[in-house]
Design a binder for this molecule. Structure first.
Ligand SMILES: Nc1ncnc2c1ncn2[C@@H]1O[C@H](COP(=O)(O)OP(=O)(O)OP(=O)(O)O)[C@@H](O)[C@H]1O
Length: 299
């Protein structure tokens, strides 16, 4: 396996608050690595350290051939932070925005690069459209084009699809998968379980620590949790009943379905089996409930 990023015992403080604690991590070239965990667990900070945007305080790490302590500037040249660096101007067209950003980044043969990207990302027909008139999902696609202008080796995305409809999120992820297939290293934080499942490699964090790292299945397994999707009447009442069980970690109602997540023990299973026949129950392995807060899931 070819690794683009290798961190060993990396820690980071903001003031006297330690936000990354002894993180060791290997990230493969051409893979999508997802970062999941509750708010404030350190996902963004870790991705920023990897992308040369934050300097760690201790440990060791390389990003491609560069040292994360001494060569942050070089790392920034080969990486792109889609979430933060791209501010599209509403009053300019797609083409004008891309040209402006390409010039700001000294992208060689800017026009040719823009033509290539708009073609690849199916934006050509929108080139002369004012960004103001684009949907959120299309703006996201333009931001992706902008973040790829300088042909980065690493693309960092911090919750890129928050607030975007499911269909458009899926389409966006298909594009990310194509970029990864072209050997781009993609780092993405997400609170959506379906997106977490699409990652080739998942990193679960809490309180500055890396708790688990592996495939989505491995991470779910390591949680020792099972999630059941329940459809039927009076879901709110059922939600409160399940919430009272000691082994239940989370109950979330999302789109007429109650998701109950808990330790997969006899007691939870017998409660599930005792549900009247009018309830349809299905075990879903996909919901990384420990990483998804109820608020975000409902949004
Ligand atoms: N520039 C900063 N200065 C001080 N504290 C910071 C700074 N950036 C982040 N923090 C703190 O570091 C901790 C980790 O934040 P971080 O943004 O990395 O978490 P996160 O897991 O990405 O959270 P979220 O999902 O809310 O984006 C939080 O407590 C946050 O308040």
């Amino acid at each position: 396996m070819e690794y683009s990023i290798a961190l060993r015992g990396v820690s980071k403080f903001f003031g006297n608050r330690q936000v990354l604690k002894d993180i060791s991590l290997d990230v493969s070239v051409g893979k999508i690595t997802g970062f999941v965990g509750p708010d404030g667990s350190g996902k963004t900070t870790l991705m920023r350290v990897i992308s040369g945007l934050e300097r760690p305080d201790s440990g060791a790490g390389r990003c491609y051939s560069f040292d994360v302590f001494r060569e942050a500037e070089q790392i920034r040249q080969i990486s792109s932070d889609m979430s933060q660096n791209i501010s599209l101007s509403d009053n300019l067209t797609v083409k004008e925005n891309l040209l402006f950003l390409a010039k700001a980044r000294n992208v060689p043969y800017a026009q040719r690069r823009i033509d290539c990207l708009t073609d690849t990302l199916d934006l050509t027909h929108l080139s002369d459209e004012c960004v103001l008139h684009l949907t959120k999902a299309l703006k996201l696609r333009v931001s992706l084009a902008a973040s790829l202008l300088h042909s980065p080796a690493i693309l960092m995305l911090d919750e890129p699809t928050a607030g975007i409809a499911t269909g458009a999120r899926r389409e966006f992820w298909e594009r990310l998968e194509r970029l990864a297939a072209g050997k781009m290293t993609i780092l993405v934080s997400t609170h959506y379980s379906d997106e977490a499942e699409r990652c080739h490699h998942l990193v679960r964090m809490n309180n500055g620590r890396l708790l688990t790292s592996g495939s989505a299945q491995e991470v779910v397994h390591s949680l020792g949790l099972a999630t059941f999707a329940i459809r039927g009447p009076d879901l709110l009442k059922l939600k409160y009943q399940f919430s009272d069980l000691l082994e239940v970690e989370q109950t979330v109602i999302f789109r007429h379905t109650l998701y109950v997540t808990g330790r997969c023990c006899d007691s939870l299973l017998s409660n599930i089996r005792m549900l009247p026949l009018r309830y349809k129950v299905e075990q879903v392995s996909s919901v990384l409930a420990a990483s998804v807060t109820a608020g975000q899931m409902s949004s």
